[in-house]
Write a protein that binds this ligand. Structure first.
Ligand code: 13P
Ligand code: SF4
Length: 329
């Protein structure tokens, strides 16, 4: 059944076929999961209905750890492409499916392998630390991978005089330089969601709600981070609001995380940080939001689209990811 649809997937990036009227997607997905011994790994930035459907929900570090450890035969990775690629690299014996091949990432797209290779050649003697939001090709050119959960610890594991390249997120890189006192050379990439917050509008919102605590993901630009009371990965932000005695928060990261914050803390108020354009829906990662119930169902049914990577690339990309997992313990 899979091969019949391969051409259409090449063209569309996802399987799009008619489904029976009135189909109960949740029940069907559950049935297919059991039939195929599949597990659904989902990121915090998904829509609430997909978060609730995931067998395991987490930030990019936790999802990589889960992908490595799973005993399921099939991983349906509901997030963005680089996360699913990481799952395949860590557990190559599994079939890794994604609902939509076009669910990419602006950060990962900012670094092509040939350009990155040229950049590395201009900076000999540098260790290469890459944020997990990059392609398998960039990972293969790196010495160690980090996520926003473990980046500080891993940067600090290198001697102070070690020359370092950090890629591809210049905002996370700048933040790490400021908290570690390093002067890492930065690749010029950014996230299209996290660079859209408006400092002016955030300050206005703080004036309206002086009791609200501003918390941010380190992919935000420096002025936002400077006025934030807490900076951390999606999991760190979630843990922070859960443990905090404060009752009101302005959250500068993708809006999907608000679903978990509200579920864990029903007595607290969470406000999305305003973006520069009130009409752009910039707080939503349009790539994450390409994932839908119908696409999850069709991906499991037809076992397409599947992440396929060259063996040699997987071997090269795995080393820096394993180094990260080791250093994260
Ligand atoms: P986390 O590592 O916090 O999950 O972030 C991933 C991401 O893509 C942020 O935009
Ligand atoms: Fe990439 Fe930004 Fe989307 Fe995260 S929010 S997946 S960094 S585009």
């Amino acid at each position: 059944m899979r091969d019949n649809y391969s051409k259409m997937i090449d063209h569309c990036g996802f399987v799009d076929l008619p489904v029976p009227a009135g189909i109960d997607y949740v029940a069907e997905i559950d049935r297919l999961k059991r039939e195929k011994n599949a597990v659904i790994l989902g990121h915090y930035y998904l829509t609430p209905e997909l978060q609730d459907l995931s067998d395991f929900l987490g930030d990019s570090l936790a999802l990589a750890q889960q992908a490595e450890a799973t005993t399921a035969d099939v991983i349906l990775f509901v997030g963005v492409h680089f996360m699913a690629e990481t799952a395949k690299i860590l557990n190559p014996g599994k079939m890794v499916l994604v609902p939509d091949m076009k669910a990419g990432c602006s950060l990962a797209d900012s670094a092509s392998a040939p350009d990155f290779k040229r950049f590395l050649d201009q900076h000999p003697d540098h260790v290469v630390i890459s944020y997990i939001n990059c392609s398998a090709e960039i990972k293969a050119l790196s010495d160690v991978i980090v996520t926003s959960s473990n980046a500080k610890k891993i940067v600090e594991s290198f001697p102070r005089d070690q020359k370092i390249i950090f890629a591809p997120d210049k905002n996370l890189g700048n933040y790490l330089n400021s908290v570690t006192g390093r002067e890492m050379v930065l690749w010029d990439g950014a996230c299209m969601v996290h660079e859209k917050y408006s400092l002016e509008k955030i300050i206005d919102l703080k004036r309206e709600h002086p009791d609200a605590v501003l918390i941010s993901h380190p992919e935000c630009e420096r002025p936002i981070l400077l006025v934030s009371e807490f900076v951390g990965s999606t999991t760190a932000l979630l843990n922070y609001v859960t443990a905090s005695e404060e009752k009101k928060f302005i959250v500068a990261t993708e809006s999907g995380i608000l679903h978990q914050m509200r579920a864990k803390c029903p007595d607290k108020v969470f406000m999305p940080a305003p973006s520069i354009d009130a009409t752009c829906g910039c707080n939503d990662c349009s790539f994450m939001k390409l994932n839908t119930l119908k696409k999850l169902y069709l991906a499991l049914l037809y076992e397409q689209p599947e992440i396929i990577l060259r063996e040699e690339l997987m071997v090269k990309a795995k080393m820096p990811i394993l180094r990260m997992l080791e250093l994260s313990k």
